[in-house]
Design a protein around this ligand. Structure first.
Ligand SMILES: Nc1ncnc2c1ncn2[C@@H]1O[C@H](COP(=O)(O)OP(=O)(O)O)[C@@H](O)[C@H]1O
Ligand SMILES: [Mg+2]
Length: 265
């Protein structure tokens, strides 16, 4: 079972050693080492109607924490496939994905879900909030998997609501929030387990440009939080959105055709 990813105690199944969301809020803790992810010769293909589709065609990439990275490219280029592999929602057919020194490309189902729970926060285009729960309860939901009752996680969830600028909306249901506010709740939920990696698939795809810009600013803040070394990887169709990030990786036909960094990686 993947309980420790060799990243300075950032990830562990032990409740005592697990960093709290409160610690994620400030720069008070000791500086954490930056996350590193190495993809080596990663291939993923699908067989459809006797034909083979190379969704990812032997790509190699090095990703470093403390960065806000975007992945762009035409429809069918392999962007979502890459995000799914990074989040252990899927396995490569060949090649390796080393997450802080540990291979995550060949985890068994149970290990994959443990890894996702501890190490990855997901943000989706359509928010995926539970309509019958209040905003803070939605944020606290990941804690249920640890057997924690929602009420016990309330303080941390409310603090995260505050962190994303929605301290006064904690009791609202999703239907009582705007699209931008719902996406802020989704970002807070993604941070509930204080993961070193946040993956966002078209997080601004359903928002107007001003609201989208504020979500991009929030994701940049999440990546650049001092002392945390968190990596945010965002898939987007929007080149203006990509241009705000630290590094733009362009995929085409399952390959990296361009890779431009605004800051060193
Ligand atoms: N589950 C699947 N079964 C068959 N083909 C798939 C599947 N998922 C993706 N593909 C194919 O793999 C390629 C890459 O898909 P995807 O990663 O979703 O691209 P993008 O997110 O860039 O639009 C596409 O040609 C797509 O049709
Ligand atoms: Mg896609």
């Amino acid at each position: 079972m993947v309980t420790h990813m060799g990243n300075g105690g950032r990830v562990s199944s032990g409740s005592n050693s697990h960093r709290t969301a409160a610690a994620a809020l400030g720069a008070a803790g000791p500086p954490a080492r930056e996350l590193t992810i190495e993809l080596r010769d990663v291939a993923r293909q699908y067989r459809v109607g006797g034909q083979t589709v190379r969704a990812l065609d032997h790509i190699s990439l090095d990703l470093t924490g403390g960065r806000f990275v975007s992945v762009v490219g035409p429809s069918g280029a392999g962007k979502s496939t890459l995000l799914h592999l990074l989040g252990a929602l899927d396995c490569p057919d060949s090649g390796s994905i080393i997450f802080d020194g540990e291979e995550i490309g060949r985890l068994r189902d149970e290990q994959q879900s443990q890894f996702r729970h501890r190490c990855v926060g997901f943000v989706f285009q359509f928010f995926n909030l539970l309509p019958t729960l209040s905003a803070w309860e939605n944020v606290a939901v990941p804690k249920l998997l640890d057997g924690v009752r929602l009420g016990k996680a309330r303080a941390e969830a409310v603090q995260l609501m505050d962190r994303v600028g929605l301290g006064n909306r904690a009791e609202h249901r999703p239907s009582e929030l705007s699209g931008g506010q719902m996406q802020r709740v989704a970002v807070a939920r993604a941070l509930m387990m204080d993961p070193p990696l946040v993956l966002a698939d078209e997080p601004t795809g359903n928002l107007d440009s001003a609201t989208g810009a504020s979500i991009l600013a929030l994701l940049a803040e999440v990546a650049h939080e001092p002392g945390r070394g968190r990596l945010v990887v965002m898939v987007t169709h929007n080149s203006d959105a990509a241009a705000t990030t630290d590094r733009v990786i362009t995929l085409q036909d399952g390959r990296v055709c361009h890779d431009a960094a605004m800051v060193p990686w």
